[in-house]
Design a protein around this ligand. Structure first.
Ligand code: F6P
Length: 556
């Protein structure tokens, strides 16, 4: 049964009074520059910054004032955000198109918590899996889990894609400082065989453990890579099929398929259909993360997640980090026409964070149909993108400063690096502060002229400013902090989905391409070209590929 919260006819968003008020506020803001907003209010930073759980969110460099901020909070209330948050935490089946609860918050609930799913407390199951992961990770890391030939495991290769890859890679990169440096971690996702080849070409099969991560255990890329991995292993270890048990573990919700693949279900770590793929890095999908950073650090990360869950669930909206972040995104997308959001971590360990966020945000809210199945008449998810600073400054920041698109930016920075080397960190932080200042305040023509710039060059050197940004600032990137940061964005995505009245937890939009690929595979591989009945473009491209393709033999 779908929950009543989801099926009740909601207000027509764009015809609501609060939406109209926000349109009016946004029109007034078109005339207002951030320079004026700061000049008019010496308390602006204090008014528009919130600190919680060791994260400072400075949102004062946004194009808001008290009234527009209040109206955004009103919008959240008008959309019943509080009830919708409660529905998620209560285990209601808010993923109505798949008739599933959405309980990633249970993955990080403490052992003594109780979260009911169809009347059953799921928390003991979560901790039972965590305890098994803990034991297994300890055995591998200590060298007591041996490979088929008696050698200890030194390499871990996670095979997965989407949520079964992006979270594990991002977390491994983010927490590398905390990882066991004597072990090698690789991640294979792409169906492009080069991904597997490059990840394994220098590894000894006798020392390599594959973690096959797939919620469904049916995903084409993952199953193809897992088959290739099995052949690679058996070829390297003399062909004894018993070797698989020592070198393959599975993470999945699908025990039947795991067994059918040939992995002993005793070596399977489970999770549940109420965990969405892109919300699963803290489930057993995080096994490679736990192998890298150790069980205690993994549990600290879960604690960070949980702290943010509790903050999201209980804090007043005007002090609630995910709510503020989500509402500001709605503000720019729907009232200023912004089409993208840039996430710019000034922390090299977070280099895969923007890629991780792309799936989290866009697979969640990239929808044009409401929960009631009607088309929306407003924009939904922006395109998320980004690169670590300062690299991006020497690449695309030109467009953020002087281009024709309004691009709200999230800057992320930490006071302390994992390793302080000379002046590097001071220079890094000087840059992140300089960027948000430059974007907000710009440089006027008179300031440019005052520097002696020739008149013809003045327009080129003016920065109009008034470009919004948030700065997220914390002490250092620890496992706990990573958990807080990821949960912050997870919940911000939910806030946006609630306002837009879409289902952030399904992903039907990925299905068509998968089905068409299944149809095309035999058309490429069969010895005789079957009759093709696609459009003329697709037919021709298939024929061109068949004509140009060299078989493995031909390529030698
Ligand atoms: O194709 C999209 C998707 O279903 C994602 O939502 C998911 O994270 C990914 O594929 C991988 O799915 P699985 O874990 O079942 O292999």
């Amino acid at each position: 049964m779908a929950s009543t919260t989801e099926t009740a006819t909601p207000m027509i968003l764009t015809q609501s009074n609060v939406w109209k008020s926000l349109l009016h506020r946004a029109a007034l803001h078109q005339q207002k520059h951030l320079r004026d907003l700061f000049a008019e209010d010496p308390q602006r930073y204090a008014r528009f910054s919130v600190e919680a759980l060791g994260i400072l969110l400075d949102f004062s460099k946004n194009r808001i004032d008290d009234s527009s901020f209040k109206h955004l909070i009103d919008l959240a209330n008008a959309c019943d955000l509080r009830a919708r948050i409660d529905a998620m935490f209560r285990g209601d089946r808010i993923n109505i198109t798949e008739n599933r609860a959405v309980l990633h918050v249970a993955l990080r609930a403490p052992r003594n918590a109780s979260i009911l799913m169809d009347g059953k407390n799921v928390v003991p199951d979560v901790h039972a899996v965590l305890d098994r992961m803990h034991e297994f990770a300890t055995r591998v890391r200590s060298g007591s889990w041996l490979g088929h030939t008696g050698k200890r495991i030194r390499n871990v290769v996670n095979i997965g894609i989407g949520g079964s890859d992006l979270g594990p890679v991002m977390a491994y990169e983010a927490l590398r400082h905390y990882s066991d440096r004597s072990m090698t971690f690789r991640f294979v996702s792409n169906i492009d065989g080069i991904d597997f080849f490059e990840a394994t070409r220098d590894l000894d099969p006798a020392e390599t453990l594959f973690v096959v991560s797939s919620k469904t255990f049916t995903t084409l890329e993952t199953m193809t890579n897992a088959e290739t991995a099995r052949s690679w292993l058996l070829q390297g270890l003399g062909g004894d099929p018993k070797a698989v048990a020592k070198h393959f573990v599975a993470v999945s919700t699908n025990a039947e398929k795991v067994a059918a693949f040939g992995i002993d279900t005793a070596n399977m770590f489970g999770f549940w259909d109420w965990v969405g793929g892109r919300y699963s890095m803290d489930s057993a999908i995080g096994l490679s993360t736990m192998l890298a950073i150790g069980p205690d650090n993994f549990r600290s990360m879960l604690h960070g997640f949980h702290e943010m869950d509790e903050h999201f669930r209980t804090a007043a909206f005007d002090k609630n980090l995910p709510v503020i972040l989500g509402l500001l995104t709605v503000w720019y997308v729907n009232f200023f026409g912004a089409q993208t959001v840039a996430v710019l971590p000034y922390e090299n360990y977070l280099k895969r964070f923007p890629a991780y966020l792309q799936q989290l945000t866009m697979e969640s809210n990239g929808k044009y149909v409401t929960l009631q199945g009607t088309p929306v008449d407003y924009a939904t998810s922006p395109i998320y993108w980004g690169e670590p600073g300062t690299n991006g400054q020497h690449s695309f920041y030109q467009l953020i400063h002087q281009g024709t698109h309004l691009i709200p930016c999230d800057f992320i920075a930490f006071a302390n690096p994992a390793t302080r080397i000379g002046r590097h960190h001071d220079l890094l932080i000087a840059n992140v502060l300089a960027q948000s200042e430059a974007l907000a305040f710009g440089k006027t023509a008179s300031e440019v002229r005052a520097e002696g710039t020739p008149e013809w060059l003045v327009p080129h050197r003016v920065f109009e400013g008034n470009r919004p940004s948030n700065t997220l600032f914390a002490d250092r990137l620890t496992p706990e902090m990573l958990g807080k940061l990821v949960a912050l964005y997870e919940h911000s995505v939910y806030v946006q989905g609630v306002i837009w009245n879409v289902n952030p937890f399904d992903q039907w939009g990925v299905e068509l391409g998968k089905a068409l690929a299944q149809r095309i595979i035999p058309e490429l591989e069969s010895p005789e070209c079957p009759p093709l009945s696609h459009d003329s473009s697709t037919n021709q491209l298939i024929e061109r590929y068949r004509a140009m393709r060299q078989t493995e033999k031909g390529a030698q």
